[in-house]
Design a protein around this ligand. Structure first.
Ligand SMILES: [Zn+2]
Ligand SMILES: [Zn+2]
Length: 215
């Protein structure tokens, strides 16, 4: 749903390098206009300014160009693929470029990753300990739902998560997180799940847990 095309797929782009000390072949990897498109496995198609397309296998360190295949050189196409991956303009092998469903940042997810797609900063996972920014209570994440706060109806009240009065000020298009209160986990009863807008919950880092926390 949120997979996006790599930018390098559409644009022939020269990247800004520091070329002063680079040998010629390495410098051209930076300055020449090339389009890089991920292919199956660890392969990438690189199309040059002159519209020649070569197949680079980043895992095999090989390229189908004469420079690499015949002369055995570490060619500019191979270098360019490495540059594009490092710059996060093209996904590394096995990953897809995606937009974080929370903050909109570019991130990389497994090709078969389920939605929502979340970047490292926004990612909450089952079992994560979080703190409710409103009450200060600590909760355990059950799961991140695909639905937005404006789409999720709270059974007990019949209103959406977005309309719930304590969620005033949180984005209605926040993803819904289901969580149980940490204090409920120690009681005998089955912990009840509550729905929160994602940005209302702050992940509690391991160091805080060990140190006794902030509240
Ligand atoms: Zn090459
Ligand atoms: Zn994010």
């Amino acid at each position: 749903m949120t997979f996006i095309e790599p930018t390098a797929d559409r644009q022939h782009t020269a990247l800004a390098p520091d070329l002063r000390s680079l040998p010629d072949r390495a410098a051209r990897a930076w300055t020449e206009r090339m389009a890089v498109r991920p292919r199956a496995g660890s392969t990438y198609a690189v199309t040059t300014e002159s519209e020649s397309t070569y197949l680079v296998d980043i895992a095999q360190h090989s390229c189908s160009c004469p420079d690499n295949r015949i002369r055995g050189e570490h060619c500019k196409h191979l270098r360019r693929v490495a540059i594009e991956i490092t710059a996060k303009r093209v996904a590394p092998p096995g990953k897809e470029r995606a937009i974080c469903d929370v903050c909109g940042a570019v991130t990389f997810v497994a090709a078969d990753a389920r939605t929502p797609h979340l970047c490292g900063n926004c990612r909450l996972e089952t079992g994560d300990i979080v703190q409710d920014r409103e009450s200060g209570d600590r909760l355990v994440v059950v799961r991140v739902a695909d639905e937005r706060a404006s789409e999720w109806t709270i059974e007990a009240t019949g209103e959406t998560v977005a309309d719930h009065d304590t969620n005033d000020g949180y984005p209605p298009d926040d993803l819904v997180v289901l969580a149980t209160y940490l204090s409920d986990a120690v009681s005998a009863t089955e912990p009840r799940e509550y729905a929160f807008p994602l940005s209302r919950l702050r992940r509690v880092e391991d160091a805080e847990l060990v140190g006794g926390g902030t509240q």
